[in-house]
Design a protein around this ligand. Structure first.
Ligand code: ZN
Length: 133
């Protein structure tokens, strides 16, 4: 399958601050002002208490792999296979899904320490995770 450019996010009223922070390679998430729940992805209301009030919080970008999958079946021409998607439990926030970029031969495992890194694209940098000791 021909490799095409990756589709890029289309920020809206709710997600613009999240994507704008990533232009400076900063990872942010929402934290509920009423109950303190952190959340990802961006949502207009708190899933725990339904509050509309929140603050943007900067994340260290460090965490551990909570779960993962290795994709072998290509479903979009922009994403060559195989690639690994990880669900990371951030040390200071919610769980976040992103691609894992690991050196050849390095295998992913639950509990693996990772940190966020950035894939720079002309339209929008995108977060990826890389192994971190
Ligand atoms: Zn809440």
């Amino acid at each position: 399958m021909e490799q095409l450019p990756r589709p890029h996010p289309r920020p809206d009223r709710d997600t613009s601050p999240y994507w704008e922070a990533q232009r400076a390679h900063e990872l942010k998430f929402q934290r509920c002002s009423d109950c303190g729940e952190s959340r990802f992805p961006v949502t207009p209301t708190c899933p725990a208490c339904r509050s509309f009030d929140f603050e943007w919080t900067s994340s260290s970008g460090r965490g551990t792999v909570y779960s993962y999958t290795v994709v072998h079946h290509q479903t979009h021409p922009a994403f060559g296979v195989p690639y690994t998607i990880v669900l990371v439990e951030l040390e200071d926030g919610p769980r976040m899904v992103a691609q894992l970029r690991a050196p050849d031969g390095e295998s992913v495992g639950i509990g693996m320490h990772v940190r966020v890194d950035w894939e720079d694209h002309p339209e929008q940098p995108l977060p990826v995770f890389v192994p971190h000791s």
